[in-house]
Design a binder for this molecule. Sequence first.
Ligand SMILES: NC(=O)c1ccc[n+]([C@@H]2O[C@H](COP(=O)([O-])OP(=O)(O)OC[C@H]3O[C@@H](n4cnc5c(N)ncnc54)[C@H](OP(=O)(O)O)[C@@H]3O)[C@@H](O)[C@H]2O)c1
Length: 365
Amino acid sequence: MSNQRTHDGLVLVGTRAPYEVRKFPTISPKGDEIMVNIKWTASTPLDLHQADGGLLVEHPMRTGSTGAGIVAEVGTDVKHFQVGDRVFGFAHQKPEWKTHQEYATAPAWVFGKIPEGFSLEEAVTLPENLVTAFNTIATDLKLPTPWPKPADYEPPRANERILVWGAASSVGQLTIQVLKYYGYKHIIGTASSNHHAYIKKIGASEVYDYRSPSIVDDLLRSAQRSEAPVFPLIIDCIGSQERTLAPISKVAQNGSTVAVMLPVIVKHASDETVPEYSMDAGDSVAWATGVNVTGVRTHFYWKNEMFREKLQMEIMPTLLAQGIVQPNRYRVVEGQTLLERATKGLDAMREGASGEKVVWRVSNE
Ligand SMILES: NC(=O)c1ccc[n+]([C@@H]2O[C@H](COP(=O)([O-])OP(=O)(O)OC[C@H]3O[C@@H](n4cnc5c(N)ncnc54)[C@H](OP(=O)(O)O)[C@@H]3O)[C@@H](O)[C@H]2O)c1
């Protein structure tokens, strides 16, 4: 008989099929790995793209890429963490790293220590999209993100207008805060009007209502006529062909760079409609000549050596501890079991979260 330890983990077994809970081997960490008892996670739009659209999924697939918990064991080479540390991280690459399971075993560099004064559920709102914000700014917009940031740092394009479309999204909120930290002075957001005050508080100089029929004209009129392009740098934090790329394609001008969160949602999911996605933002709408369109793929952020070494272990905890980034506002999904909480979390994604993360407990205790 095997003495292999096991734990519960969530799996997707089919497109638009309910989640299932299965037993998985609990893996002792080796070398630079740590094993984390995952206490909290978040449901994300990616969970929905995977569950309802089968996006880049091979069934059965373990889910969850953002987690917070307690270090249970450490590998022999680990210096930064000790058993009992409270940690948070974006851990997505392998089934054993995933965070919708009670124990994740992953390299230490996908986690950081949660600073004093922050709860696990607050901390779990950050990792995936703080990493996304850094990756988008550095990889797609090609703006430097020096660390440590020199005391007198002035970024190269400090005075250029940066449009963050979907500023109330988790990606948008964190992108604005990171841009502000690096010294960008003209961050313009779009969001529903109930979020405008908050978006300004975290760093945008102007915010426009994307639901307004005159949104494109409002944005194009927001700069001096002589300026071209009006928005040299644009981030589409949503990536919907019809709802965001279509209006953004009217705002982007010759010389604009547009970074689009992939996947492009070609058809949104509903009870009747199976969603459709595209991984090509350049082909999704007609862009003006001279617009440079890039599709953001945060799953490859680790190719940036500095990000791999420092982004989660050092930068993320420091920015949170110093109040440079705020935890997202969040809503807790309750339920008796892992399966119930996860299912309700996914339903909340189907309904659409507005300005808040949907978080839930993974381990029961
Ligand atoms: N490719 C990548 O590397 C990557 C990484 C992370 C996320 N993503 C993708 O990025 C998208 C956003 O993720 P998230 O976690 O930030 O989502 P989220 O926090 O759940 O986004 C919800 C927000 O989206 C806003 N929104 C919805 N439709 C909008 C529209 N037409 N225009 C402007 N804002 C709109 C809503 O704003 P209001 O409340 O103001 O209405 C809402 O607050 C998802 O599709 C996700 O899969 C991609």
